[in-house]
Design a protein around this ligand. Structure first.
Ligand code: ATP
Ligand code: MG
Length: 300
């Protein structure tokens, strides 16, 4: 019995969902890193956040964001360039995890746990890495360091989370699944560099690009999502919470052009896959979707 396209998409969607074992591993990693960082800095109320907390994270599960809000006693960092706090957190994490496992990024420190990714993108339910984000509370918002500019930027994870919840509900609870699927496409190593950077931009665009409600068919939803992303990737996309710098800030002209090409190609491939089903070529259609997305899209 061959899988229908709808069944295949449902299976794909559930494979990209966070399961309990993965959440347990993420909590364990959070606990381990928090217990250590609390010995190094005055931290209060650290929490798992970003796409992980919103259920818009894709697989393999990596770069889970953890905010580490610091107490008043650490406020001297806030007056210094953003690179200072990032360097100090990096040095602290290197002491525990070693130079090779720790990488400074623009707004966080990445800690890699050295987990193996299998051919089918499975990781034995383990989290590959986390992003440690030093932060200060600022009213209802947070301020986090931006190493690229040396400044601190404002953010509010609660507002981002609420927007995602609202969009999901307005889309018959299919919005987050569609976002995870396109983020999975974006992460496919076949592209080399990610076409859309940061991948949060896909979620931010989805707030506007998935509209009019769920049409009932995954293949058509994905096809038109890719087409709309291709058409609008060159626009300026503001922080949905109106606090931080534009989410599209690192999409320069060359990146936009490349992303546009790849998104357009993806929309065309999706169109072709839909056409194959109309011709009764279900198996070929499944293969086309697998080629488009990657190994987590099921063939059976
Ligand atoms: N320019 C910005 N202004 C304000 N907040 C931002 C900005 N960029 C990111 N954020 C917040 O920081 C969080 C973590 O950023 P990150 O780039 O890891 O995105 P993400 O949604 O977690 O996606 P990914 O699945 O790629 O990790 C985002 O989810 C968002 O809440
Ligand atoms: Mg993240």
């Amino acid at each position: 019995m061959t899988l229908s396209i709808d069944e295949a998409f449902r299976k794909f969607k559930s494979r990209l969902e966070l399961n309990q074992k993965e959440q347990d591993n993420a909590s364990a990693k959070h606990k381990e890193v928090r217990e250590y960082l609390h010995t190094k800095f005055d931290i209060e109320g650290d929490f798992l956040t970003g796409s992980y907390a919103r259920y818009t994270k894709t697989k393999p599960l990596k770069d889970i964001d953890i905010f580490f809000p610091m107490k008043e006693s650490e406020k001297a960092y806030r007056e210094k360039a953003a690179s200072v706090v990032l360097d100090d957190y990096k040095a602290a994490l290197v002491e525990k995890y070693g130079e090779k496992a720790v990488r400074r990024q623009s707004r966080s420190i990445n800690v890699d746990f050295g987990v193996e990714v299998k051919e089918d993108d499975k990781t034995d339910y383990k989290v590959l890495s986390i992003d440690v984000v030093p932060a200060f509370k600022s009213g209802d918002d947070y301020e986090i360091p931006d190493g690229d500019t040396g400044k601190w930027i404002k953010t509010n994870p609660k507002i981002h989370a609420q927007k995602a919840v609202d969009a999901h509900q307005a889309y018959s609870n299919e919005w987050k699944g569609l976002v995870r699927m396109v983020k999975y496409w974006n992460n496919n190593p076949k592209h080399g560099e990610k076409p859309v950077k940061p991948s949060f931009l896909i979620e931010v665009m989805a707030l506007e690009c998935l509209h009019g409600g769920w049409g009932g068919q995954f293949d058509r939803e994905i096809q038109s999502f890719f087409a709309t992303l291709a058409g609008r990737i060159g626009e300026t996309w503001a922080d949905p919470a109106q606090l931080g710098p534009p989410i599209s800030g690192s999409m320069d002209a060359a990146r936009v052009e490349r992303a546009q090409k790849l998104l357009t190609a993806a929309a065309r491939e999706a169109d072709h896959a839909i056409h194959l089903v109309r011709q009764g070529k279900n198996g070929e259609a499944l293969r086309a979707w697998r080629d488009l997305f990657g190994p987590m899209f099921p063939l059976s």
